[in-house]
Write a protein that binds this ligand. Structure first.
Ligand SMILES: Cc1cc2nc3c(=O)[nH]c(=O)nc-3n(C[C@H](O)[C@H](O)[C@H](O)COP(=O)(O)OP(=O)(O)OC[C@H]3O[C@@H](n4cnc5c(N)ncnc54)[C@H](O)[C@@H]3O)c2cc1C
Length: 419
């Protein structure tokens, strides 16, 4: 099998980013690719799209026939849209223009906060969103192999051979984007188990009045689930309601979710129950092994505060695509470029996010924080998911603490002097 990399090293190789599909591809064995991508979620499709549009030969494997259901709230925040391929409005069900956060306390003194400015969140059913992403990748020139499970990765000196339920292909690089429970990383040499937190997502048919109550805002509730939160997202004709917990070990999430529905007065006409895991810890073994790189949930990149994973899935995909463009067939350089950019733009930020998560997911610190500076916290989180600030900036800039301290002190005083 001729290697893409061998051919690319000649003088006629296109410059990265030229967008041209050049004759040099014609010399290749029909099953030789520049990049094989495993998994057609936001990470895999974004990588396939970004690479195919610069003229790379890309094959995209997806084990399911498409479109396929994916357990997910489908909340696509502004910072995610920045990294995903451009999408038509038809990829989404609804657009929520505000968010609200509620603290439910055992003593009944609940607190409610509103996002301060318009905080838009596109709400999608993942079958439709991911299908639109696949179409973007295929439209850019990627070759889709759906209903094709990858079940082997063999690293050779000049290439990687990807074995699937429908035969083998050779590629210069393999991007593993097979999600939170994918096994492909293990096939490629990663040995550590991949941990995720438990989450439930139920799709509810409700009466019009109930749907209308939730249609304008994404709603997040703390206090109903130990070390976790609950949410309600209004889709086009139903509600997506979910709970997650960061607590390890046994959890009674289904009971928590039933209790949450009862507390909000939601009486579903029909319920479709789904559950899955969300990986909130990056892999200790890193995201690069020679010609193989991990993206998105496969690398453990979901946000430890919000547990949303689409932003970093698409962002990591762009970083890997960029590294391949810039590193070309220099494997060490490509790996180093991806490792460095991932560290600088995502992993470093996740360290700061984990500090915020520690405060938010412990009942005592959460109640202390939200009762004093709940509005400011919601404003800060709104800016983070909108991509206008970062956890690092939030925690490092002294003006935030000064503002919090002053407002917190004022509020504590007014509580103390209340009759
Ligand atoms: C209940 C719940 C609610 C969530 N809500 C949100 C939310 O509102 N907003 C948000 O941003 N994030 C949310 N997330 C997280 C989000 O779903 C993930 O972080 C995101 O899907 C990760 O994208 P990915 O492309 O890395 O993986 P995935 O989207 O999981 O895609 C992986 C793909 O790989 C395929 N695959 C797996 N193994 C193989 C194989 N061997 N061969 C071929 N294909 C394979 C799978 O079929 C799948 O299509 C939620 C998660 C859960 C569980």
């Amino acid at each position: 099998m001729t290697e893409c990399g061998d051919a690319r090293s000649g003088p006629s190789a296109p410059s990265p980013g030229s967008g041209a599909r050049t004759p040099f591809h014609l010399n290749l064995h029909e099953h030789a690719f520049d990049v094989a991508v495993v998994g057609a979620g936001p990470a895999g499709t974004t990588a396939a799209w970004a690479l195919a549009r610069t003229g790379r030969r890309v094959v995209l494997f997806e084990k399911h026939a498409l479109p396929r259901y994916k357990t997910c709230g489908g909340g696509v925040v502004v910072r995610a849209r920045k990294w995903l391929p451009p999408l038509e409005a038809s990829a989404f069900e609804t657009l929520a223009s505000r968010a609200s956060l509620h603290l439910h306390r055992a003593d009944g003194r609940d607190l409610d906060f509103e996002s301060p400015t318009t905080l838009t969140v596109d709400l999608a059913m993942r079958a439709t969103l991911d299908q639109a992403l696949v179409e973007a990748a295929v439209g850019a020139g990627a070759e889709l192999r759906e209903a094709t499970q990858v079940n082997g990765v063999r690293v050779e000196r000049e290439r990687v051979v990807v074995a699937s339920s429908r035969g083998e292909v050779g590629a210069r690089y393999v991007l593993i984007a097979d999600g939170a429970t994918g096994a492909t990383a293990r096939l490629a040499g990663w040995s550590e188990p991949h941990h995720g937190i438990a989450a439930l997502e139920w799709e509810l048919r409700v009466d019009d009045a109930t749907w209308t109550r939730f249609r304008e805002r994404t709603r997040f509730d703390f206090g109903d689930v130990e070390r976790g939160y609950a949410w309600v997202f209004a889709k086009r004709a139903h509600l997506s309601v979910g709970v997650l917990t960061t607590r390890r070990g046994k959890a009674e999430l289904a009971t928590d979710l039933e209790r949450y529905l009862a507390r909000l007065g939601i009486v579903p006409r029909e319920v479709e129950r789904h559950g899955f895991v969300i990986p909130l810890r990056p892999r200790r073994e890193g995201a690069v092994r020679g010609r193989v790189m991990l993206l998105g949930d496969a690398a453990g990149l979901a946000d430890p505060v919000t547990a949303e994973g689409i932003s970093h899935a698409a962002h990591s995909a762009r970083l890997a695509a960029r590294a391949i463009e810039e590193g070309d067939d220099d494997v060490d350089r490509t790996g180093a470029l991806y490792r460095r950019s991932l560290e600088a733009q995502i992993l470093g930020e996740l360290v700061w996010a984990r500090r915020v998560a520690r405060v938010l997911y412990r009942r005592s610190t959460r109640e202390w924080l939200l009762s004093r500076v709940g509005d400011e916290f919601v404003a800060a989180m709104s800016s983070i998911v909108a991509g206008t600030t970062t956890y690092r900036e939030l925690l490092l800039q002294p003006r935030h603490y000064w503002g919090l301290f002053r407002r917190g002190a004022r509020r504590a005083k007014s509580i103390a002097s209340a009759p």
